[in-house]
Every structure is written in structure tokens, then in C-alpha cells.
Design a protein around this ligand. Structure first.
Ligand code: CUA
Length: 331
């Protein structure tokens, strides 16, 4: 069985070769200095050994340039390692702007996926090759961790919060997905696969299934069903902030601080609306905690994000905090 376990997983994403190059270089540097130090310890132990019973040690004076050299060279190497590591790390956690967003909901003990087109999958995810994929992930219960060794990506999936991950697959194939955080008795079975397909095959795969409504359409429907639309109307800013064009903007809160409207803020505002109230609004909104599933929250957020593109046609976000009492018609 061990013969089948490769030393390194396949390289199947744009990140994989970068991570491996970084890892192997660090390993090489560590081996080089490890051997150097161990070798010198042995060499000095022999070279400067006590040769006679009554021999007394004589202090050696190291030159100042030797001291400077062995301080500056390791410093430069370590700073180089830091800069390179930081670059790879930042790249790994900043999805490119053209990344397509997929949603992931983890629960004991399965992975639930939703494609932007609406398709749902469990423990399996199909994606096109050569396309940056951004995953917005949350958990319904405990902490899980999304880990695809072939893509060299791993991120914790937390209840009550969104974490994101992105990858761009470079090779057609099926790759193992693991849960990498102990999450209960069936943790070891909480795995799945990511299937990377040619874009045309992916389109066919999508078309061959009952997609159901898209994430945005589901969110739009929920927005009506849950009566969000009663207060968050584009023609009235008196009761609640207008959501068009709000995503990604900054809002001013009751205490004068500011908050970027991101996925986590939207989720918090749905579950616990009074936590961070936008300045000028009363705490009128009821909580939706327990009345809406994590997947539904993701759909609502998907819908609210889609409203961002309509910002020019509707009330801009700027006036939300400045004059909530006036309607857009007056202003
Ligand atoms: Cu989920 Cu381990």
C-alpha cells in the first residue's frame, strides 16, 4: 500500500508549483545550514579537543569582519525567505478579480457545494480548467477544514463566519478533497473529490443537470419570501439602508466607526441586525437566526452582491449614512 503513496501530491493548480518551489528551497536552505552547523560542531570538537590532562583553554579572538559576515548573510537569506513566503501567501489568499464564486457549506460530515448557476453537489465539485475559482465557505456546526493537496490550498471552515479560498486548476483530472480538522467521529470519512474539466465539457456537464434557480435568483426569491423587500426597497431609505451598490462600500455605524460591507458583515446583519447598526437607522430589523439556513444566507448575500452592479440606476450608497430620512426622490 505504501508504494502507492507519492512523496508529493500532483501539481494541479497555478499555486502548486509556487508552493513547492518555496518549500523545496526552504528545505534545501535548512539542510545546508543544518549540515554546516553539525559538521562544524564535530570538526571543532576534534580540532580543539583537550590534548593533555592539564591543558588550559586559550581564548580565540574572532575578527569583526567574520562576525559581521555571519550576521549579515543569514539576515539577508532570512529576509529573502520572508519576502518570498509573504508573496506566495498573499497570492494564495487574494483571489483574482475575475474569479468565479462558488459556495461551500460544511456540516458533520459532508461538503455541500453550490455553483453560481445554481447546481448543487455533495462531496463532489466539478470545475472548469484554467478558470480562477473563489470559494466562499461556512460551516453549519463545528470547525472543518477544506484541503485539496493537489491544489496546495487549505483553509478552515468556521461556523458563523465566512472564509474564502481560491484556486485555478491547471490539469484535467479528479483530485482528492479532505477535511483537515478533526470534527467528530466520521471526520476521516469527510472527504470528496474535485473534478477538473475542459470548459466545454463543464458547460455540457452543467447543461445535463437540473440546475435549479441560480444563486442570485434563489436569493432574490428569499428576499421576497422573508419580507426583506418590505423595508429594503430601492425607493425608500427611511426604514432600512438601500442595498443596491452597497456591497464593498464603507458604511458609518452608530458609534461613528466605519465598516466595509463584506460577506461577514452582511451575514452578521442578517443574524444579529443590531450588532453593527448603520448610523441613522433604528434597530427595527428582526433577527433571522434560526429561521434561515446557512445556504439561504449565502444565496441572499449572492443576491445583494448582484445588486452592486445596479448602483448607477438607483440610489448611490453615499447618501445612506448622511441623510437616511430623505427619500431618493427629494435628494
Ligand atoms: Cu469535517 Cu473533519
Amino acid at each position: 500500500m505504501w508504494k502507492n503513496v507519492p512523496l508529493f501530491p500532483e501539481q494541479a493548480s497555478t499555486l502548486a508549483s509556487e508552493v513547492d518551489a518555496l518549500y523545496l528551497t526552504f528545505l534545501g536552505i535548512s539542510i545546508f545550514f543544518g549540515l554546516l552547523v553539525a559538521g562544524l560542531v564535530i570538526f571543532f570538537a576534534i580540532r580543539y579537543r583537550r590534548r593533555a590532562e592539564d591543558e588550559i583553554g586559550r581564548p580565540e579572538k574572532a575578527g569583526i569582519w567574520l562576525e559581521i559576515t555571519w550576521s549579515v548573510i543569514p539576515l539577508a537569506i532570512l529576509l529573502g525567505m520572508f519576502a518570498w513566503g509573504a508573496k506566495v501567501y498573499i497570492g494564495a489568499f487574494r483571489p483574482p478579480s475575475d474569479a468565479v464564486e462558488y459556495f461551500v457549506t460544511a456540516k458533520q460530515w459532508m461538503w455541500k457545494f453550490q455553483h453560481p448557476q445554481g447546481n448543487r453537489e455533495i462531496n463532489e465539485l466539478h470545475v472548469p480548467v484554467g478558470q480562477a475559482i473563489r470559494l466562499t465557505m461556512t460551516s453549519e456546526d463545528v470547525i472543518h477544514s477544506f484541503f485539496v493537496p493537489a491544489f496546495r490550498v487549505k483553509a478552515d471552515v468556521l461556523p458563523g463566519r465566512y472564509t474564502t479560498l481560491w484556486f485555478e486548476a491547471t490539469k484535467i483530472g479528479t483530485y482528492h478533497l479532505f477535511c483537515a480538522e478533526y470534527c467528530g467521529v466520521e471526520h476521516s470519512k469527510m472527504g470528496g473529490s474535485i473534478t477538473v474539466m475542459e470548459p466545454a465539457d463543464y458547460e455540457m456537464w452543467l447543461a445535463g443537470r437540473d440546475t435549479g434557480p441560480s444563486v442570485v435568483a434563489s436569493g432574490q426569491k428569499l428576499f421576497r419570501v422573508k419580507a426583506c423587500s418590505t423595508c429594503h426597497r430601492p425607493d425608500s431609505a427611511t426604514l432600512a439602508p438601500i442595498l443596491h451598490g452597497l456591497f464593498g462600500e464603507e458604511v458609518e455605524l452608530e458609534d461613528g466607526s466605519t465598516q466595509i460591507v463584506d460577506e461577514n458583515y452582511l451575514r452578521e446583519s442578517i443574524m444579529n441586525p443590531i450588532a453593527k447598526l448603520v448610523r441613522g437607522y433604528k434597530p427595527l430589523m428582526p433577527t433571522y437566526q434560526g429561521q434561515i439556513t446557512e445556504e439561504e444566507v449565502l444565496q441572499l448575500i449572492g443576491y445583494i452582491k448582484s445588486l452592486a452592479s445596479d448602483a448607477t440606476e438607483n440610489q448611490g450608497p453615499e447618501s445612506d449614512s448622511s441623510s437616511p430620512a430623505s427619500t431618493p426622490d427629494e435628494g
